[in-house]
Design a protein around this ligand. Structure first.
Ligand SMILES: [Fe+2]
Length: 186
C-alpha cells in the first residue's frame, strides 16, 4: 500500500470499537485531523484525479468486519453536491488537498415537499479539517472552494453507503426528495 495507509486503518479500527456514535465520530475526526494535518496520507494519483462529469468517488478501503468504509473524492473546479443525507450512517469527512466549502442544512418535511434552510454560514474547510455528521441532523452541501484547482476529501462512513437522499429545489421554493444510488468510480 502507500505511506500512511496502515496508520489510517489501524487508527480507524481502534476508533470504531467505541460504543456510541458520539465517541466513534469524535475519535475518527481526531484521526483524520491528525493524519491529514500532517499530510501523512500519501494517496496514489488515481484517487486524486477529478472527472469531467461530476466529482469522482473511489473506494479506498472497506473494513472486513463491515464496520466502516473509507472513500476518497476528487472535486474539479465548480463541482459539488446537492443537499444530501448519509443514508442513516454516521460519517466523518476530511480535507486531504485543497479547500472545500461546507454548508449545513435543516430539512423539514411539510405537507407538500420539504423546507430546506441553511443553518449558519458556509465555512471554508482547509487541509486537515474534518467534520462529523450523525443522523438525523446530517444534511449538508460540499463543494470545491478552489476556482481553478482540484480538491480531495476522505470520507469515513459507518458502514457501506450505497445510497442517500438528495433534496432538489423546485420552482415553488420547496424541495423535492430523491433517492440517489451511489457507486464507485475506477
Ligand atoms: Fe456528505
Amino acid at each position: 500500500m502507500f505511506p500512511g495507509f496502515g496508520e489510517l486503518v489501524a487508527r480507524l479500527d481502534k476508533s470504531v470499537a467505541a460504543r456510541s456514535f458520539e465517541v466513534i465520530t469524535a475519535g475518527v475526526k481526531a484521526d483524520l485531523e491528525d493524519l491529514l494535518g500532517r499530510s501523512a496520507l500519501a494517496l496514489p494519483d488515481r484517487f486524486r484525479q477529478p472527472r469531467a462529469d461530476c466529482y469522482a468517488r473511489r473506494l479506498l478501503y472497506q473494513d472486513p468486519e463491515r464496520r466502516y468504509t473509507a472513500v476518497v473524492m476528487a472535486w474539479g473546479p465548480g463541482q459539488g453536491t446537492p443537499v444530501h443525507d448519509h443514508g442513516g450512517l454516521w460519517c466523518v469527512e476530511g480535507v486531504v488537498e485543497g479547500e472545500m466549502a461546507v454548508t449545513q442544512y435543516d430539512v423539514v418535511p411539510e405537507e407538500d415537499g420539504f423546507r430546506v434552510r441553511a443553518t449558519g454560514t458556509p465555512l471554508t474547510a482547509g487541509v486537515g479539517t474534518a467534520g462529523r455528521l450523525i443522523p438525523p441532523t446530517d444534511y449538508h452541501v460540499l463543494a470545491n472552494a478552489q476556482p481553478d484547482a482540484t480538491s480531495v476529501t476522505l470520507h469515513i462512513y459507518g458502514g457501506n453507503l450505497d445510497g442517500c437522499r438528495i433534496f432538489v429545489p423546485r420552482d415553488d421554493g420547496r424541495y423535492q426528495q430523491t433517492v440517489r444510488a451511489l457507486s464507485y468510480h475506477e
